[in-house]
Design a protein around this ligand. Structure first.
Ligand code: ATP
Ligand code: MG
Length: 493
């Protein structure tokens, strides 16, 4: 867009709409660096810069026009739909919190400015969750801007809720639901609307298989084709939805296969699972709370024995033997194949650990499961909330927010070590893992498993960029498997 007459164009636009236009000057950054911002009806637009005040003003007008054109693009008819500058975001937030029954507050972060140019900085906090800091020339303006910055995330949450809710309770402008006919229900909605549980009508629940921090898993026979599946029940929220969306995109023999998902108002409970520890959210699993829904995920049924039990069994056997070495390599090769595939699809698993690795019913194939913490590797904005994953297998950088797929390689390094190395007690295991996180492997291990020692050390490298990609690792393990078939080339255990 040509910036020559942007100031005039913005004035004309404001005049037509009956808005007030104001230009706000910030203190110059240097002798040749002036900054200005447009304030249109109390909403502040992005900063314009220039070597003179006039240039900065033109640049600010250009930025405001660009933002406005994006805003009017979203709202086709701005006689009826307010532009971002007109919208009362505080009102939207108030409505949102009233309906969601959450508490919100605007908190002053700091105030700056010169004698005649005040600057206030506020942020919105909803139920302890903090949203970005916004600036304003008055308290009211700073609060309005803070609400404006929080709104996209709240709207995203609302969109999600309306996906899983039969009735929409809040429209985008905070008004009551419109009387217009609602679109035909999605499969998710229709199961939920019906009072009958699809789980009990379509399946015979056979056995409670287990639970983790987030869900309950049942073996169930689908009545129609008389086939057995695993059905995982988790509280329905955005993260749970991420698990099924990811699973539905993956098809690989070393990844648990996904078949279907649906939402129900209640969670199926039998006597055993009712007393299980799953549910760090036990207070909210109560079906008395109508806002709590449950997502049912129908998956391929695996053996009940996970890799954790496999390792435990091996550790109770008397000797460290060559069979364990060969079997561990075969298992590691399969996990790496699955991880290579997951990474090739742009995902990071983030919670690789023996409990989340299962065996297929034929006992031959290894299957990576539990995609409850999966995230995209290529989306810098994706929530990489701190401390996700299981602490003993977590890569060092995973405690922060900047990390990539290499966190899976780190976890895999620890798993491969555990597969190979016999420990006699929980205490010893803890020590071995703790030292391995610092790349210190047991002395006898380094001697007995020379090639594996080198590979694992690279996988556990502190710097993620120095850890191998899954594809490189796969090639190295394949090579190792070839030499394994020629035992004379390897050190004996
Ligand atoms: P976590 O605490 O590890 O995050 P979670 O609550 O997300 O656990 P899962 O790890 O998916 O749940 O499953 C919990 C347990 O249920 C597993 O450790 C396993 O014993 C059993 N399980 C899960 N999926 C299957 C399956 N497809 N077939 C057989 N058993 C399964
Ligand atoms: Mg799990």
């Amino acid at each position: 867009m040509e910036s020559g007459n942007d100031v005039g164009r913005l004035n004309e636009y404001a005049h037509k709409k009956g808005f007030t236009v104001d230009y706000r000057e910030s203190p110059p950054d240097g002798p040749d660096q002036f900054t200005q911002r447009v304030v249109l009806n109390g909403i502040v637009y992005p900063e314009g810069v220039g070597k003179t005040k006039k240039e900065a003003k033109k640049d600010a007008a250009k930025n405001a026009l660009r933002d406005l054109s994006e805003g009017t693009h979203q709202t086709a008819d701005d006689n009826h739909n307010p532009t971002p500058a007109q919208q009362n975001f505080i009102g939207l937030v108030n409505n949102y919190c009233m309906i969601k029954k959450c508490r919100h507050t605007f908190v002053e972060v700091r105030r700056d400015g010169q004698p005649h140019i005040h600057q206030f900085f506020y942020r919105l906090i909803i139920d302890n969750k903090e949203y970005p800091v916004a600036e304003g020339r008055t308290v009211k303006e700073a609060r309005q801007n803070a609400a404006r910055l929080a709104w996209p995330a709240l709207k995203e949450q609302m969109d999600w809720d309306s996906k899983v809710s039969v009735r929409s309770t809040l429209s985008e402008d905070g008004a009551p639901p419109s009387p217009s006919p609602s679109p035909s229900p999605t499969p998710l909605e229709s199961h939920e609307a019906s009072s009958q549980s699809m789980f009990t009508s379509d399946f015979d629940p056979i056995e409670y298989l287990g639970s983790g921090a987030y869900g309950w898993v049942y073996k169930a026979r689908r009545k129609l084709e008389e086939k057995y599946y695993a059905v995982k029940i988790v509280r329905s929220d955005k993260n749970a939805f991420r698990e099924v969306v990811t699973l539905s995109e993956l098809l690989h023999h070393n990844v648990i296969r996904y078949f279907n998902c649906w939402i129900e108002n209640t969670r199926y409970q039998d006597d055993i699972s009712a007393g299980s520890s799953a549910g760090s959210y036990s207070d909210t699993q109560s079906t008395d709370d109508p806002s709590v829904k449950f997502l049912y995920i129908q998956m391929e049924l695996c053996k009940t024995k996970t890799l954790k039990e496999w390792i435990h069994e091996k550790n109770t056997q008397s000797l460290q033997d060559t069979k364990r070495r060969q079997e561990s390599l075969t298992i590691a090769q399969q996990i790496v194949s699955g991880v290579e595939y997951i990474h090739s699809k742009g995902h990071i698993h983030r919670d690789l650990k023996p409990e989340n690795i299962l065996f297929g019913l034929d006992d031959k194939e290894v299957k990576i499961g539990d995609f409850g913490l999966v995230t995209r590797d290529d989306d810098p904005l994706m929530d990489r909330t701190e401390n996700r994953g299981t602490r003993s297998y977590m890569a060092p950088e995973q405690v922060g927010k900047t990390y990539d797929r290499k966190v899976d390689i780190f976890a895999l390094g620890l798993i491969y070590l555990e597969l190979l190395w016999k420990v006699s007690s929980g205490h010893e295991r803890g020590e071995v893992l703790k030292n391995a996180r610092k790349q210190i492997l047991p002395t006898n291990f380094s001697r007995a498993f020379q090639e594996e020692n080198l590979i694992i050390k690279k996988m556990l490298h502190e710097k993620p960029e120095d850890r191998p990609e899954a594809s490189e690792l796969k090639a190295q393990l394949d090579k190792l498997a070839q030499t394994e078939n020629e035992p004379q080339k390897r050190a004996t255990v």
